[in-house]
Write a protein that binds this ligand. Structure first.
Ligand code: GLA
Length: 402
């Protein structure tokens, strides 16, 4: 009897010990280390968010940059699927926005000007004659306040920044919050919110360059892409939308059925020539403000798949056209043209000057809030795309794709 009792206690202890160590391994967590100092002496930290499956995202509070994101392939092998640098200096010098939070306005505002409440605002001009990604010192180049959040379903980091009235020419003190959550379902969720003390314009996005075969491991032309959009916004030579919402059907911009990114990229089509590849905003199907699938990317050699879900009305699809082999990233990998793609969920470029586009105005006393989720999984072969809601586009156009 005594022996049996002892045996049972021993068994119980063993189970508890195993259980505890398993829980410790399987628990989402965040660790913090010093990453470097900015030129004006501000300390920058790197936060490692790890979820219950050992997937991890590393984020610095300079620019809110996702410096690495390790997700499994179909055999469970983790690899880093975003382009980035090993050290802060490279980010300080960088002009390619690798992995950063973009603001106040993602993408371009024509000639760096817009009029709001009868007042013309002049913004910093940093891309030819236009304003790009918030100006000379956008949100990608500032140090954010960071706070680790306790969440039930993963690991989370809150970043806040106060953009002063007049910064880069924008009106209003804008108080911005971005929460990154790496969920236990292998999603990187980005929640953006902002308030202002004066009417202004806001359009925040995330500028990660993905390569699902692993960063630096070749170009992204064989990745297969689905975009849930029946229209896109063609641009002029300066990448400013003309105002047209062009149907994708019958053009190289039709990704309503999964298609290799490289299948049509070199076709003789005006918009591909102007953009040096894809560098365009897609008008997402479904209702703006509701979380719906914007895109899905499948990488056939590793089986990695990424879905993008968003509440935003648009998404910039950019194929790393300006990467040219002059940047050396993590692990000494050289980033050649088209070594990464971006899916920047957003309001359409130049909305402040295009009354027909969904408005990017944030009124004093109201709150800006958008969500985008990058969901990672694997598959042996490419599943059919879920084309989701086709009706009720942001402009109220019911469009079944052509
Ligand atoms: C966006 C723009 C591109 C380019 C990249 C950053 O995607 O649309 O034209 O500026 O950012 O290099």
């Amino acid at each position: 009897m005594k022996t049996r009792c002892r045996f049972l206690i021993l068994l119980l202890l063993t189970l508890v010990t195993f259980g505890l160590s398993f829980a410790a391994r399987g628990q989402a967590r965040v660790t913090k280390e010093r990453f470097g100092d900015t030129l004006d002496g501000k300390g920058v930290d790197i936060y490692t968010l790890t979820n219950s499956h050992g997937v991890d995202a590393r984020i610095i509070n300079y620019g809110g940059i996702v410096t690495s994101l390790k997700v499994p392939d179909r055999n469970g092998k983790l690899d880093d699927v975003v382009l980035g640098f090993d050290n802060l200096d490279a980010y300080l010098k960088g002009r390619t926005y690798l992995g950063a939070i973009i603001g106040r306005y993602g993408n371009r505002i024509a000639k760096g000007r817009f009029t709001l409440n009868g007042v013309e605002y002049k913004l910093a001009v940093n891309n030819g004659e236009n304003h790009l990604h918030g100006g000379i010192k956008g949100f990608d180049k500032v140090v954010w306040n960071a706070r680790v959040l306790k969440v039930p379903n993963g690991a989370a980091l809150e970043l806040t920044y106060l953009s002063k009235d007049g910064e880069e020419g924008y009106p209003g003190n804008l108080s911005v919050k971005v929460i990154y959550t790496l969920t236990n379902a292998n999603e990187l969720k980005v929640d953006y919110s902002a308030t202002t003390d004066k009417d202004t314009v806001v359009n925040l996005t995330q500028h990660s360059y993905f390569n699902l075969a692993g960063q630096g491991n070749g170009d992204i032309l064989n990745h297969r892409l689905f975009i849930n959009a029946a229209r896109f916004t063609p641009t002029d030579a300066g990448s400013i939308p003309t105002g047209e919402l062009r149907r994708v059907r019958g053009t190289p911009f039709d990704f309503t059925r999964p298609t290799a990114i490289g299948a049509r990229i070199n076709q003789d089509y005006d918009q591909l020539k102007l953009g040096k590849g894809y560098d365009h905003n897609f008008v997402l199907n479904g209702r703006m403000g509701t979380l719906r699938q914007a895109a899905r990317v499948y990488e056939p050699t590793t089986g990695r798949m990424m879905e993008v879900w968003t509440t935003e009305p648009g998404m910039q699809f950019y194929t790393g056209n300006f990467l040219d082999g002059t940047l050396t990233g993590k692990d000494g990998k050289v980033y050649q043209q088209r070594y990464g793609f971006c899916l920047e969920t957003q309001h359409y470029p130049d909305s402040p000057n295009k009354p027909s586009f969904p408005t990017a105005v944030l009124r004093k006393g109201t709150r800006y809030h958008t969500t985008t989720t990058f969901r990672f999984s694997t598959s042996k072969s490419e599943p059919p795309a879920d084309r989701g809601p086709q009706a009720g586009s942001p402009l109220g156009v019911v469009d079944a794709g052509g």
